[in-house]
Design a protein around this ligand. Structure first.
Ligand code: S3P
Length: 210
C-alpha cells in the first residue's frame, strides 16, 4: 500500500466514528447472539471505540431484581426472568445512543425484538458450536447450562434461535481472533448500514507518493 493510500485510510477511519454517531441519532447498537458469542466483551470495546456508554442488559436485570440471574431462574423460573428482560430492554432502549449487550434469549422475545428494530441497529455475533462451547465451558454461571449436557443444549438453541437471529440488521462472524478484529468488522458494517462508509481504493494521482 502506498503511503498516501495508508494516510487516506487513516483519515477515513478518523472520520468514520463521528459520521456513525451523527447517523445513529438516538438509536442504540444492540448486540445479540448465543451465550459465549462475545456480546459483552465485544460490546465494551465497541462502546469505547465509539465513545458511547456500554450497557449490559443481564447486569441491569440483576440490579433491578436485586438477585443474580441464577437466583432469578431458581426462585421464580424462566418465564419470570423473560418478563423482566423484556421490561428492562424496553427501558434501556429509551436511552440511546449506546451499545447494548443483550442476553442470548432477549431477541427471541417478540416484543423485545420489535423494540430493538425500532430503536436500534441489531448486530448478530454469530459463532460456530466449538467456539461457543469452548467459551461457555470456562465459567459455570448460566442457568440454562448448569448440570446439563452443554453441547446438546447449545445445539438445540442454535437450531431454535439462529433462524431468528438471522433477521438482525447485521451479522458478524464471532471467532477466535482478538476482540479488536471483531470490533473493527462491526464498525465497518455499521458504517455501511448507515450509509456513512467511505471506500477509497486508490489515492488521488496528485497525492501519490511511492
Ligand atoms: C440466556 C443467556 C444469558 C442470560 C440467561 C439466559 C439465554 O446471557 O440472559 O442466562 O437464554 O440464552 P448471555 O447470553 O449473556 O450469557
Amino acid at each position: 500500500m502506498s503511503l498516501a493510500l495508508a494516510e487516506h485510510k487513516k483519515e477515513d477511519r478518523d472520520q468514520q466514528v463521528p459520521a456513525i454517531i451523527a447517523a445513529l441519532g438516538p438509536k442504540s447498537i444492540v448486540l445479540i447472539g448465543l451465550m459465549g458469542a462475545g456480546k459483552t466483551a465485544v460490546g465494551k470495546r465497541l462502546a469505547a471505540k465509539l465513545d458511547l456508554p456500554f450497557v449490559d442488559a443481564d447486569k441491569e436485570i440483576e440490579e433491578a431484581a436485586g438477585q443474580s440471574i441464577t437466583e432469578i431462574f431458581a426462585e421464580h423460573g424462566e418465564a419470570y426472568f423473560r418478563q423482566g428482560e423484556r421490561k428492562v430492554i424496553a427501558r434501556l432502549l429509551e436511552a440511546g445512543p449506546q451499545v447494548l449487550a443483550t442476553g442470548g434469549g432477549a431477541y427471541m422475545i417478540e416484543e423485545a425484538s420489535a423494540t430493538i428494530r425500532q430503536r436500534g441497529i441489531s448486530i448478530w455475533l454469530r459463532a460456530e458450536l466449538p467456539v461457543l462451547l469452548h467459551r461457555v465451558r470456562k465459567r459455570n454461571h448460566r442457568p440454562l447450562l448448569i448440570g446439563r449436557d452443554n453441547e446438546q443444549v447449545m445445539r438445540n438453541l442454535m437450531a431454535e434461535r439462529y433462524p431468528i437471529y438471522a433477521e438482525a440488521d447485521i451479522t458478524v462472524e464471532s471467532r477466535d481472533v482478538p476482540h479488536e478484529v471483531i470490533v473493527k468488522e462491526v464498525i465497518e458494517a455499521v458504517a455501511v448500514r448507515l450509509g456513512c462508509h467511505t471506500t477509497r481504493t486508490k489515492a488521488p494521482r496528485s497525492d501519490t507518493v511511492t
